[in-house]
Design a protein around this ligand. Structure first.
Ligand SMILES: NC(=O)c1ccc[n+]([C@@H]2O[C@H](COP(=O)([O-])OP(=O)(O)OC[C@H]3O[C@@H](n4cnc5c(N)ncnc54)[C@H](OP(=O)(O)O)[C@@H]3O)[C@@H](O)[C@H]2O)c1
Length: 272
């Protein structure tokens, strides 16, 4: 019987590409959106309502799948948002909003599906983090912090779930050409006279150009399918351009201050 896969955030970018790829390969795919009616006509897979901020949408979404298919084999926690802003400018409310989506959102969906997966003594959870989760990127420190949290949560979860036959892993994308730039939160103060405003605008233009000219998110579909087919998934998978993947190795190998200089010079920031 075909495997049933739930992908949060199936209306756009990486999540949509994952859904399209898996659907093509014959998986039973359920993508999600906070507004499925807006996108359902554009996609060949099922798109159901789910907001990772709202438990009352998660339980019915899971019920829809179990009622129709009798099971859920794979959960891909892909829904997420970017954030731009200096650490000084980012208010607690703004930070909370990004953690709510990128971290608590993943916790909510995991907690909803795990009883079902444990009972069946099988299942796979793939959490989408980021290469940004390995380093505090300037003006994206909050985003990096949410993605680093996803690494730690998944590492712990893997060990907790092993006795129940459920696997968990992280996928770390590099830059992919999606709508992430349009949907990114920006710390309000950074747009209204902050001392960092000029730098934020410069860095934003730079990262938007990088994202616009980056990899095709279809690559993520291929990577996810490979993980689903693996009998014993690894802890994490890097997916992206070779230089982006290499940055993780360089960070491990060189003294921390050298790595800081590499990142600062990439963003044309002072290196001393
Ligand atoms: N693009 C990159 O370069 C890149 C790099 C590294 C990691 N990532 C990660 O990849 C994931 C997907 O990003 P993307 O680039 O594909 O961005 P995107 O094009 O902006 O898509 C974001 C998706 O997340 C969904 N979403 C946002 N908030 C949600 C919420 N509260 N509840 C449910 N769904 C929500 C959106 O669905 P609706 O708006 O329809 O609800 C949309 O489908 C994110 O976790 C991101 O951090 C992206």
């Amino acid at each position: 019987m075909n495997q049933v896969v739930l992908v949060t955030g199936g209306s756009s970018g990486i999540g949509k590409s994952i859904c399209l790829y898996l659907h093509e390969k014959g998986y039973i795919v359920y993508g999600t959106s906070r507004n499925p009616a807006r996108y359902a006509h554009e996609v060949p897979f099922k798109l159901i309502a789910l907001d990772v901020l709202d438990d009352t949408t998660i339980t019915p979404a899971l019920k829809t799948i179990i009622d129709a298919e009798g099971k859920l084999d794979v959960l891909v926690n892909n829904a997420g948002i970017g954030m731009l802003g200096s650490i000084e400018d980012s208010t607690a409310e703004e930070v909370k909003e990004v953690f709510e989506t990128n971290v608590y959102g993943i916790l909510r969906t995991c907690q909803a599906v795990l009883p079902h997966m444990r009972e069946r003594k099988m299942g796979l959870i793939i959490n989408v983090s980021s290469i940004a989760g390995y380093m505090g990127l300037p003006y994206r420190g909050i985003y990096s912090a949410t993605k680093a949290s996803v690494h730690m949560i998944t590492e712990a979860m893997r060990m907790e779930l092993k006795p129940y036959g459920v696997h968990a892993c992280v996928v770390d994308p590099g830059d992919f050409a999606t709508n992430i730039s349009d949907n990114r939160k920006v710390a309000h103060a950074g747009r209204s006279g902050s001392v960092y405003m000029e730098e934020i605008n410069r860095i934003e233009a730079m990262i938007n150009a990088e994202v616009a000219h980056s990899s095709d998110p279809l690559l993520m579909g291929k990577a996810i399918e490979k993980i689903i087919r693996s009998s014993n998934p690894d802890i994490n998978y890097l997916v992206g351009k070779p230089m982006q993947k290499l940055s993780i190795l360089v960070r491990r190998l060189v003294p921390k201050k050298w790595f800081e200089k590499i990142i600062a010079s990439h963003y044309n920031m002072p290196v001393k």
